[in-house]
Design a protein around this ligand. Structure first.
Ligand SMILES: [Zn+2]
Length: 173
């Protein structure tokens, strides 16, 4: 299983071929005689809500360098989604939260990035239920709370899904 179409078999290294299976063109390893499935990678994120404001980070790594987004990232292979979300929040903003305090907002397939597909699982929590002062950490150039009227303003760049997600996060907390 890979997040991008596999040109080579991840097990044996042979060049893959195209094969139509279950009405889609898949990558197939002729040596292993198996399909190399392409599936999205799960990511988890947390919207920290303080009154009507939401904590966002300015991305320091692709995709979307310089764009503001809800802190989050890839799940580790053995993590529950809410644990991954809490870990990413701490790494990117220094804000700590008990994973059990998080409320699920939604899950959504993101637009492709260099052929890679990801599903983002978004949680929300009240700032009062967290600990620590927001400080830009790994993968973040800056961190700050945004009032709803600032989200989508031209003075800032946002990841495409952010304004809609912020609205849903505010509804959830
Ligand atoms: Zn193979």
């Amino acid at each position: 299983m890979t997040v991008r179409p596999a040109d080579y078999c991840p097990d044996c290294g042979s060049a893959t071929t195209a094969r139509e299976i279950e009405e889609r063109e898949r990558r197939y390893c002729p040596s292993c005689e198996r399909v190399i499935w392409q599936n999205p990678a799960p990511c988890a994120a947390v919207a920290v809500v303080d009154g009507e404001s939401v904590l966002l980070v300015e991305r320091a790594v692709p995709p979307g360098v310089g764009e503001w987004t809800i802190p989050g990232g890839h799940m580790e292979v053995d993590e529950q989604p809410e644990v991954a979300a809490a870990r990413e929040l701490r790494e990117e903003t220094g804000v700590g939260v008990d994973p059990s305090a998080l409320s699920l907002v939604d899950a959504e397939l993101l637009a492709p990035f260099r052929g890679k597909r990801a599903v983002s699982i978004v949680y929300a929590v009240s700032f009062a239920e967290t600990e620590g002062t927001p400080t830009a950490g790994s993968d973040a150039a800056d961190v700050r709370f945004f009032a709803p009227r600032e989200v989508g303003e031209e003075a800032f760049s946002f990841r495409p899904h952010v304004p809609d997600r912020v609205e849903r996060a505010l509804d959830a907390v």
